[in-house]
Design a protein around this ligand. Structure first.
Ligand code: ATP
Ligand code: MG
Length: 553
């Protein structure tokens, strides 16, 4: 199998378009793309698909890719969101060629609007929003022309200047493109291109009280930046005629080609900034970077690496068909990456005390263990073995289920990287809960089974005295239904068990100085990452993902 067959993105339809454009020299052999987020929220995994696509095409064609903030809705936009977007794009591993803001073009956009009015291609209207809706018509009925449609050019010019000057109340007037009220495409029925809105803009402050609409802004911004391929999601297909109309009317120096692809829809989560903002604002999660969020900030905090996300984006490919991607696809990319790269460590989530009766009271052995069984280059570390150790509550059973390979009364088990122990006595509290095991160890079993001896079960452990306490946050999927977005109220599908906090966990001493953001495989339990709030006084680990897919039926 060739590498392109492994990675559907390598052969996507957009690549074919670009190859054809090279062949016909359509854009003078140039590829210039852009990633155009609106700074009204944090980037999510869906944006990652668009980022990998736009930056990826630029990289492989020796072209350029700009980061452009589509900031024409001042009420919802902020510097915090803008900065988070820059952080996340860079974290994903991409460098923008230039960084722009649609607000950089406000003056040019205004002048282009005047040009449209002068050409008779735009007019100022004063219909109420309700009337505009009525006049627009429906999918089956043509629209009706506004009585202001044929307002003299000079009058529109005068009104537009006064709109800018702040003479009118919000919503009193709009500027509309004069296209075709009978068009079967509603987007072409004299769409609004400017509105009056007194809102403080995070970059331009109060210098404007009129703001251009997205469709009008986007195509001109693309043209001003010399974009060749303007890649967007499928819902903009019906807007393409408007994109082209504006650029044809204005005869901008270049006319980018709009290409639509299917947006990422991922099961068991939400990829809509509006709904993600609701989760944050209503405190269903602890902020945009909550590890359960599908935001890049959340994934990062959970311990997902940029490489895993890029791999995911390659695997899902780029098509024109909307489809749902299973969460397991993302989780498997994360597992494969961490399995390959994360250091191993031992942590006991829910400790059970084990006293090794025949082990000398004050003896401590420093056992050498590998940091990664398949990667000797990642070295090894020592972990302390002593008379009292802690094992996982679940690794002992008074009444073992069938095929139980771990420790039982009278049974033997191997401690990973250490000795075989045998359980002689079980101590329970008054309620019958097992609180301590009395065991013995076999000194002949360090690191290997002696001839003819077979001990199949291997469990993890830490020394009671030498291990350190840690808080473990066990994150799970945020939603317990695959398509929360299709429900009337997506909040109904929130998984009530998406976070379990363990406070009694113990981790091996080598993790005392683990740095925030470092990922580990806690042997036999899952992949974990040091949280940003972790400190030497209080270690905190977030579970990135379980070792195996526990959601699979
Ligand atoms: P949302 O619905 O989450 O607000 P959006 O499209 O309004 O998304 P933008 O900030 O405008 O958010 O998106 C920036 C770019 O990312 C756009 O080009 C958009 O097409 C793309 N994008 C957004 N969501 C997805 C997705 N789920 N899959 C692929 N691309 C996406
Ligand atoms: Mg948008």
């Amino acid at each position: 199998m060739s590498s392109t067959e492994n990675h559907p993105i390598a052969n996507n339809f957009i690549r074919h378009i670009i190859a054809d454009d090279f062949a016909s020299n359509k854009h003078n052999g140039k590829v210039a793309t852009r990633f155009p987020p609106e700074p009204n929220g944090y980037l999510h995994i869906g944006h990652a698909k668009s980022i990998c696509l736009n930056f990826g095409l630029a990289i492989e064609n020796n072209g350029s890719c700009n980061l452009r903030f589509d900031d024409t809705n001042p009420e919802k936009e902020s510097v915090e969101f803008m900065q988070s977007i820059e952080t996340d794009v860079a974290w994903l591993g991409f460098k923008w060629s230039d960084k722009y803001h649609a607000s950089d073009y406000f003056e040019q956009l205004y002048n282009y609007a005047i040009q449209l009015i002068n050409q008779g291609d735009a007019y100022v209207d004063d219909l109420s929003p309700e009337q505009i809706r009525q006049y627009r018509g429906t999918l089956t009925e043509p629209g009706k022309e506004s009585p202001n449609r044929n307002r003299p050019i000079a009058e529109s010019l005068d009104l537009f200047a006064r709109m800018r000057a702040g003479e009118f109340a919000d919503g009193a007037y709009i500027l509309r493109a004069k296209i075709d009220m009978a068009s079967p495409n509603i987007n072409m029925r004299d769409p609004t291109i400017y509105r009056i809105k007194r809102a403080h803009h995070y970059r331009t402050g109060d210098s404007w009280c009129i703001y251009p609409m997205y469709d009008y802004t986007h195509c001109i911004s693309d043209a001003l930046e010399g974009i060749t391929h303007s890649i967007c999601t499928l819902e903009f297909e019906d807007h393409r005629p408007l994109y082209d109309w504006v650029l044809d009317k204005l005869q901008t120096p270049c006319h980018p080609q709009q290409i639509e692809f299917a947006r990422l829809q991922l099961e068991y989560t939400i990829v809509s900034k509006r709904k993600l903002a609701q989760l944050v604002n209503e405190k269903h999660v602890n902020g945009w970077d909550d590890p359960r969020m599908p935001t890049l900030a959340g994934l990062r905090r959970a311990g997902v690496t940029p490489a895993a996300i890029r791999d995911f984006c390659e695997r899902i490919g780029v098509t024109k068909q909307n489809s749902w991607i299973e969460m397991a696809v993302l989780e498997n990319c994360i597992r494969e990456d961490l399995n390959e790269n994360a250091l191993r460590a031992m942590a006991v989530l829910k400790p059970l005390r084990v006293v090794i009766e025949n082990y000398p009271e004050d003896q401590v052995e420093q056992l050498q263990v590998s940091n990664h069984p398949q990667k000797p280059e990642l070295g090894s570390r020592t972990i302390a073995f002593a008379k009292v150790i802690l094992i996982e509550e679940d690794d002992f059973a008074l009444v073992p289920p069938p095929k139980f390979k771990r420790l039982i009364e009278g049974g033997e088990v191997r401690l990973r990287g250490s000795y075989v122990i045998k359980c002689h006595q079980v101590i329970c509290d008054e309620a019958g809960k097992v609180v301590e095991l009395r065991c013995s160890y076999d000194p002949a079993t360090l690191g290997k089974n002696p001839e003819g001896r077979k001990v199949s079960g291997v469990i993890h452990w830490v020394s009671e005295q030498h291990s350190i306490p840690a808080e473990l946050r066990l994150y799970d999927r945020l939603f317990c239904q695959p398509n929360p977005d299709t429900l009337e109220n997506f909040l109904d599908a929130i998984n009530p068990n998406s976070l379990e906090i363990l406070n009694g966990s113990r981790v091996e001493a080598s993790l005392a100085n683990a740095k925030a953001g470092t990922g580990y495989q806690f042997e036999r339990t899952g992949y974990f990452c040091v949280d940003y709030d972790s400190s030497a006084e209080k270690l905190i680990f977030n579970r990135t993902v379980t070792l195996r897919d526990t959601w699979a039926k």
